[in-house]
Design a protein around this ligand. Structure first.
Ligand SMILES: Cc1cc2nc3c(=O)[nH]c(=O)nc-3n(C[C@H](O)[C@H](O)[C@H](O)COP(=O)(O)OP(=O)(O)OC[C@H]3O[C@@H](n4cnc5c(N)ncnc54)[C@H](O)[C@@H]3O)c2cc1C
Length: 506
């Protein structure tokens, strides 16, 4: 279709993806007289999980000019400095590490991590744990918020934790305030033109809703892209084994932490996400290795609530992506487009990135098949770039307590890019150069790759390490002293996380 005909956009779905999409497009295009309508089914409901973000959620709220003091209290939101990964590794001293979001002071310490990690990769017994070199890890350990005082002029990226139902309600209200139309009805049938374009949606209230362009935010059902337009789904099951999840809340503790915690369990991993009024917890696991009942019992034991009557929600996950995100006059956004399991909480980042790319396509007037192809290629590369980093977590685990972890470690279904990155690490080559050569550094940077690979202790076996010579041993001591002082000094410019949460519900 020609972008100049774009006057009427229909968004199918009122989950987080639907309302984020509608808000962004309405905000950007309201002056063009384009009508945006969201249709959502009161009978189907939203998935209602997904409570952690990356820093792109801040970019999203900033672009809507919605301040933290407006949305955070309403969504019981907290700040997120990054994610701690516990018990993914059994290597002594490397059982836990922190994956921080970036900050403009990383240059002051991370070079030293790369230096000592390279020496340890070469077989020298030097400390190379990422937490010792990360200011964000230091802030998180002290339960500080990632927002520096005004006299400390450095930029810290951060994400959020939030209640996924409340954020949906908030976004719906704000979107309607700025002019988004809202219809509550279920789509029963989809009418197409002879060229395959979607013409209209037949709703169960007898209404026929036509549009020039349709955005499929219908969740895993993917009513428009996969069901109607028959775009095939590419399953990631051979790379990522998890297909199920359980969610359940527990009581929040005093001094609310500013991190997500991911703890490896027997057949997957448990998340722990702090909100102002509760922890959101869950277990992401593979149903091939344990039953839902076994998983629930293990999660309850892990949370110390074996005998409580807290309700557990069981969910199935469709992990993979549609072969194309954009076909004919339809773009899929959110779960209908694809889903990589939630280990790095990247789903809403995808929503923002997809809508942003789509808006750029419209504004550049490039609704051509060629542009669509380029858009699809970019989206697919995005999925695969992030997927590879998630797979790396599983590939480098050193647990042997279950077949699940052994199979994950032995799994040879790795992309060529991931194989090259692993070869680069084991061959003590330059990670930054490899990321540039493979053109994948925009998904996860050298910092992230080094944190993960060093964090789980992917080094020669301890008994094969040789003691550091005097020069290296001394320079490590000097560098650690400098880093410790640096982190300690910088930390004085941050407030306790608890103080930064403007309002708390009881
Ligand atoms: C276990 C788990 C943990 C997750 N954790 C995270 C996380 O930490 N961070 C993160 O970013 N993401 C996470 N996600 C993903 C996140 O939950 C979703 O990306 C996000 O909620 C957006 O979902 P959605 O809007 O695409 O779909 P949904 O919330 O499922 O919404 C679908 C919408 O489509 C409507 N609909 C469907 N069919 C019809 C029809 N026929 N007619 C009318 N309306 C229809 C429904 O009514 C609903 O409004 C997680 C997902 C899972 C499964």
């Amino acid at each position: 279709m020609d972008d100049s005909n774009l006057k009427n956009i229909v968004v199918l779905g009122g989950g987080t993806a639907g309302w984020m999409t509608a808000s962004l497009l309405q905000k950007q295009w309201q002056h063009l007289g384009i009508k945006i309508t969201v249709v959502e089914s009161p009978d189907i409901g939203i998935i209602g999980v997904g409570e952690g973000s990356t820093p792109l959620l801040k970019v999203f709220f900033d672009s809507l000019e919605i301040s933290e003091s407006e949305w955070m209290p309403e969504c019981n939101a907290t700040y997120k400095n990054g994610i701690s990964f516990n018990n993914w590794s059994t290597v002594s001293g490397y059982e836990s590490y922190f994956h921080p979001f970036p900050c403009s002071l990383d240059f002051a310490t991370f070079g030293l991590l790369y230096k000592y990690a390279a020496l340890r990769r070469k077989g020298l017994d030097v400390l190379a744990h990422p937490n010792r070199f990360s200011l964000m890890a230091g802030l998180t350990e002290k339960k500080l918020a990632p927002i520096p005082s005004e006299n400390f002029p450095f930029h810290f990226q951060y994400g959020y934790h939030f209640d996924s139902v409340l954020i949906g309600n908030f976004l719906r209200r704000r979107a309607k305030e700025i002019g988004v139309e809202h219809i509550e009805a279920t789509v029963q049938d989809v009418e197409q033109n002879s060229n395959g374009d979607i013409k209209s949606l037949k709703l169960n209230n007898n209404q026929t809703l036509s549009g020039d362009f349709f955005i499929d935010c219908s969740g895993f059902a993917s009513v428009l892209l996969q069901k109607t337009l028959k775009v095939p789904f590419l399953n990631f099951a051979e790379n990522l084994f998890n297909d199920s999840a359980i969610a359940m809340p527990t009581e929040i503790e005093p001094n609310i932490p500013s991190e997500t915690v991911s703890t490896a369990l027997t057949n997957g991993w448990a998340w722990k996400i702090p909100l102002t009024n509760r922890f959101g917890n869950g277990y992401v696991y593979s149903s091939k290795y344990c039953s839902p009942d076994e998983a629930e019992t293990e999660l309850r034991a892990h949370l110390g609530v074996l005998d409580s009557d807290i309700e557990a929600r069981h969910l199935k996950m469709k992990v993979g992506r549609a072969e194309e995100s954009w076909r004919n006059n339809c773009v899929a956004v959110g779960l209908s487009q694809g889903f990589i399991e939630p280990l790095e909480a990247t789903a809403l980042q995808f929503v923002y990135a997809t809508v942003d790319e789509f808006a750029k396509a419209f504004e550049q007037g490039e609704f051509t098949p060629q542009y669509r192809q380029e858009f699809n290629n970019r989206m697919n590369k995005n999925f695969e770039g992030i997927r590879d980093y998630i797979v790396l977590h599983y590939k480098t685990n050193s647990r042997s307590d279950s077949q699940y972890w052994i199979d994950n470690r032995e799994n040879q279904n790795l992309s060529n890019n991931l194989k090259e990155m692993l070869n680069c690490w084991y061959g003590v080559e330059d990670i930054e150069a490899a990321l540039t050569r493979l053109d994948i550094g925009t998904y996860y940077s050298q910092r992230s790759w080094a944190c993960l690979l060093a964090g789980v202790g992917t080094f020669p076996r301890e008994e094969n390490l040789i003691s550091a010579d005097l020069e290296n041993a001394q320079s490590l001591q000097d560098d650690l002293k400098y880093v410790d002082n640096f982190i300690e000094g910088c930390s004085l410019n941050f407030e306790p996380h608890e103080n930064m949460l403007t309002s708390k519900t009881p």
